[in-house]
Design a protein around this ligand. Structure first.
Ligand code: C5P
Length: 213
């Protein structure tokens, strides 16, 4: 039988990363943050002096990506996020990253069955037959507030209004692109975390995943 796959999708700062990581720990499944792939491609292009909207440069960077490049701490920053959402709109970039993600889901790296993947198109494109699909969401104001506080806690300068504008721009790019736009799969369970703390959100996610997995 195919190993269980948990697909966790949702917009930026919806809590999907934290939920996915905790679910993986709970079930002892492998975990893949697919956003890191796009972030790494975006940063690779920017660092070489290129434009993340340049299709040829972005596609070449995606093809040349090595998993060792996913450990770079700079990938968590907003520059990487912005570059990621630009390269992510390019079909050739998505195609270059597809097989790695599908293989991860089918044959998790440590050989143990079971994988949790989080991103934007896991339930729709990467793993349409996933065992269970969770779509985490929250209002854009709540997401901006969480992101703003996270930056402040890390000791970085942050202005709420600026974070809100950046999130809105990234949402628009992710939802309106032609290639694998951000949308809940028709068979995904939507979890709105706007009014939930992280423990409450995790408890809700666990209830959704525990049935099928
Ligand atoms: O999830 P994260 O915020 O790290 O993703 C960064 C960007 O990468 C997203 O805004 C999106 O444009 C892109 N992405 C994607 N498909 C995925 C994961 C991320 O298009 N599966």
């Amino acid at each position: 039988p195919a190993p269980p796959v948990v697909a966790v999708d949702g917009p930026a700062a919806s809590g999907k990363g934290t939920l996915a990581r905790r679910l993986a720990k709970q079930f002892d499944f492998a975990y893949l943050d697919t956003g890191k792939l796009y972030r790494a491609v975006g940063m690779k292009v920017v660092r070489s002096g290129g434009d993340p909207e340049d299709e040829d440069a972005a596609e070449a960077a995606a093809r040349a990506l090595d998993i060792s490049e996913l450990e770079d701490p700079a990938l968590s920053g907003d520059d990487a996020a912005s570059a990621a959402s630009k390269v992510a709109a390019i079909p050739g970039v998505r195609a270059a990253l597809l097989e790695f993600q599908r293989t991860f889901a089918a044959v998790p790296p440590d050989g143990k069955p079971g994988a949790v993947l989080d991103g934007r198109d896991i339930g729709t494109v990467i793993a349409p037959d996933a065992t269970v699909k969770l779509f985490a969401t929250a209002s854009v104001e709540v997401r901006a507030d969480r992101r703003h506080k996270e930056l402040i806690n890390r000791g970085e300068a942050s202005i709420y209004a600026h974070v809100l504008e950046e999130l809105k721009a990234r949402d628009a790019r992710d939802m309106n692109r032609a290639a694998a736009p951000l949308v809940a799969a028709s068979d995904a369970v939507v979890l709105d975390t706007s009014d939930l703390g992280i423990d409450e959100a995790f408890a809700a996610a666990l209830r959704i995943v525990e049935g099928p997995v």
